[in-house]
Design a protein around this ligand. Sequence first.
Ligand SMILES: C[S@@+](CC[C@H](N)C(=O)[O-])C[C@H]1O[C@@H](n2cnc3c(N)ncnc32)[C@H](O)[C@@H]1O
Length: 184
Amino acid sequence: MISTEKLFVNSRLQYYFHKWFGFGPFLEKLPASTYKSILEIGSGVGFTTRMIRVKYPVANIVATDFDEDSIRIAQKNNRLHSTTFMQADATKLPFSDNEFDAAFSVLTLHHIDQFEKAISELVRVVKSGGDIYIMDLSARLNFRKELTPGVFMKTDLLQIGEKYGLKMKDKGGMYLFSVQGSKL
Ligand SMILES: C[S@@+](CC[C@H](N)C(=O)[O-])C[C@H]1O[C@@H](n2cnc3c(N)ncnc32)[C@H](O)[C@@H]1O
């Protein structure tokens, strides 16, 4: 991620973007659930993690990011909440198979060149019957490949999810879109 983007995504602007337009309204529409364990990849400075915590107050939440600085800030931003933050590469997750009931990836996969590998890792660590929620930006936005290496369309993501054994659901949006994959 280039430094100007990092500055934006780690700022209050990103927090309010998510609260009003991005992840907040998406999360609000999800039904209350009995998820006991939740993984987030690409948690950044923990804005999206905090929203997940508020939605699922009793779940064990593990939030991961490649960037150690972001993890440190996320820990501070979430010090009042019992969430575990750890450095991890989404393409090589340090978890056992079938460890989580649900997983989230918010605005992260388009930063990952091997985003398909990251999807396969999410499928591996989520239990059968569990859910994977992905919100991301579409390749329709014509990103420059060097800035956002993992560019894809929503239709690509729906197909890739099916390929890895997920039952995919389009959850709406075009430029900023979301999908749900349920592991069979
Ligand atoms: C745009 S930020 C999204 C942060 C947060 N989810 C949000 O929406 O505010 C993308 C995050 O993905 C992380 N990231 C990029 N490549 C990664 C990888 N291979 N594994 C884990 N995290 C990665 C970056 O460090 C960055 O914090």
